[in-house]
Design a protein around this ligand. Sequence first.
Ligand code: S3P
Length: 454
Amino acid sequence: MTGSSAKRLKKKSRALKPFSIRNKVVPRASFPLPGDKSIAHRALILSALSRGKAILKNFPFHDDSLATLKALENLGVKIQAGKNEVCVRGRGLRGLRPCRGEVFADNSGTTLRLLLGVLAGFDFKTRVTAGKYLSRRPMSRVNIPLRLMGARIVSRLRGGEEYAPVTISGGNLKGIDYSLKIASAQVKSAILLAGLFAAGRTRVRESLKTRDHTERMLKAFGAGICVKGKAVTLVPGREFSAPERIYIPGDISSASFFMVLAAAIPGSRVRLKGVGLNPGRSGIIGVLKRMGARIKISPASSGSLKNFEPFGDILVCGGALKGAVVESREIPSLIDELPVLMVAACFARGRTLIKGAGELRFKETDRINSMVFNLKRMGADIRILKSGPLENISIDGRGRLRGADLKSFGDHRTAMSMVVAGLASGEKFKLDDTGCINKSFPGFIEAVKRACGI
Ligand code: S3P
């Protein structure tokens, strides 16, 4: 730990950074991944609300985690940053202070939605603002249940939907029994976090199970939480304490780009070390295996759990891929990996059908639109089939794509997926911007170059 205040951590510049290459590559590498983004947000928030000091190891310093870190500092939490770790001095459950000015969530949906859950527990007023991309994402999904718990929330209204900025004041909450209308771990987590401050128990019911990092971490911190099937019950009233050290496993969403890059290029061999293998996040492994990818998982020994999160190494070797069906119920476990799975489907032979992918339209950009635009430019046979409210994506893979001029749409996962598509095509391609990748994986382009020997 350097002792430097985290406040000095600067967001990397967002000037457009084009990327262009014409090499044929065969990735062969073995490396660890930066810590999981979803877990990092939760570790910061729960450490801030607990008593004592917590050191978060393998902490990923990207725009999204910095948004949560700076927001918490603004609310009175002392955080120090080291090389790959941060130290959070918890203020206890009731210890946040009103901020001077506003809290800025940048473009991080997890920051905004989870913090609203926390701020619902405090009687002071906070205005939370957002960057250009997050300001276009729907907020009523989280505002509605928090209002039912007693929070007072005002946000920008447009066409019957609510958007940031959001002004919230809370306190005096009551527990609710709430069935999620949309499969969303952010909404589930916001309700559970608010439940920590409520009178009476809070129960969240899911129809499709989403990532359970919040539940696992609450348990690790000693909060009163019980999971039975698809229902999570939180019993408030306990002050909790952070484990002294919280190890954040490698981010499987970041790993997924290298998994597909290796799977799609014959002769490749990539080992991704220390990656989180939470079943609520690792759906991509099963789908790639069904597509015929050669994948070997080595779960870590010594209990295989760090702070209740399983992790291990993933080895992927290149070979022939075939089309597969992705069922709606699998979507939450691979929602962030769908763009790169669409790329994998193009390098497979035969039809891939992804069912119930409509939530992709509500991410940093409309990812159905951004991926269809780019993959069509590369010659893909990709179609959107609507059946009622469901959107299915059908891709007739031909085992190849051609080089093209590609667009990131300001979205990190579209950008990384298109780097994978371009490299696997073996043809010259150009991507207009890679600066947006700083949102979740600032070292991505360097890691790709190292893995491919470029
Ligand atoms: C996240 C949940 C997912 C995911 C996002 C991170 C989280 O969003 O897409 O990248 O950390 O809880 P939704 O809750 O909107 O599905």
